[in-house]
Design a protein around this ligand. Structure first.
Ligand SMILES: C[S@@+](CC[C@H](N)C(=O)[O-])C[C@H]1O[C@@H](n2cnc3c(N)ncnc32)[C@H](O)[C@@H]1O
Length: 279
């Protein structure tokens, strides 16, 4: 099989950043993070990773990779927590990229759905084809017909890792309200940055994806901004990416990583949010 190609300058290309970050963290911080899939997937992709390889020793770059890995661990915590009470639930990966969270969380009875744009799903089908109780769905998340393809009879935990940044606030609000109607008793978990994080830290990435005006893109400074969207939506948790769920415990974690982790909360407001939909 030839290597899978990922188009440069597309929103889909953003999946490369967390994927490579997970590979790097599994190599550099093995006591903190393990990933049995990322390295093999990177090898199967036709993509020039030189830009990342040359930065691997930089504390700043390592920190960016750690963010992606910790976010993955945090989401896994939330999924497993939901599955304890709803073991047969649908585990729905919104904007999955080449992320294997669903399979890592698999309890043997849940149903796993991976959703992304058609070209990403095509790559995914070639690289990591769906297994038993798993389905890959090609869609645009803004077209809510994907919701009809989810069997949520036994509950649903939906999560978006590094995805909502590419939507406007209005689009996210509409999607969340629709999910609350469609998946009563469900849980939604996502990450978001504040305005400073969006305008100063993410602007470069967003611009390289053709998003020149970032002002309407989704960001959250205060949890109260997420309230009052629908009587069926309740914000039940807001925790720091980097320290909210796990300690940064690994012998290779340096002072700069800990320092930047603190800035992540205070300046960039990088948090994982959990919403519950009333049954
Ligand atoms: C930064 S990547 C994150 C990928 C994955 N969640 C991870 O953590 O590795 C963002 C992903 O969201 C997908 N995405 C963005 N907008 C989307 C949309 N409107 N519909 C479906 N997928 C979308 C992109 O194609 C990309 O795979």
């Amino acid at each position: 099989m030839g290597k899978i190609h990922i188009e440069k300058g597309s929103v889909q290309e953003t999946l490369i950043i967390p994927l490579y970050g997970r590979k790097l963290c599994a190599e550099q911080f093995p006591a903190l993070y393990q990933d049995p899939y990322a390295a093999g997937i990177c090898e199967s992709i036709d993509y020039d990773f030189t830009q990342f390889k040359t930065k691997e020793k930089s504390g700043m770059y390592q920190f960016g990779a750690l963010e992606g890995a910790m976010r993955e661990k945090d989401m896994l915590w939330e999924i497993k927590d939901y599955l304890e009470k709803h073991p047969n639930a649908a585990v729905v990966n919104l904007g999955c990229g080449l992320n294997m969270t669903g399979r890592t969380a698999d309890n043997g009875t849940c149903r796993i759905y991976n959703l992304d744009f058609p070209d990403v799903i095509q790559s995914r089908n070639a690289l990591v084809p769906a297994e038993e109780r798993e389905e890959n769905i090609a869609c645009d998340l803004n077209d809510f017909s994907w919701m009809d393809q989810i069997d949520a009879g036994d509950g649903a935990v939906l999560y978006a890792a590094g995805v909502f940044h590419y939507f406007t606030t209005q689009q996210i609000k509409k999607m969340v309200v629709a999910m609350a109607e469609k998946f009563p008793g469900g849980r939604l978990v996502f990450d978001a940055v504040g305005k400073f994080g969006r305008d100063k830290l993410m602007k470069g990435t967003l611009k390289s994806m053709g998003m020149k005006d970032v002002s309407g893109l989704f960001c959250v400074d205060e949890a109260s901004e997420l309230e009052g969207w629908s009587p069926k939506v309740k914000l039940t948790s807001r925790k720091s990416y980097m320290q909210g769920y796990y300690k940064l415990d690994d012998p290779n974690i340096k002072g700069i990583h800990r320092f930047l982790a603190k800035l992540c909360n205070s300046l960039a407001k990088m948090y994982i949010y959990r919403m519950e939909f009333t049954a």
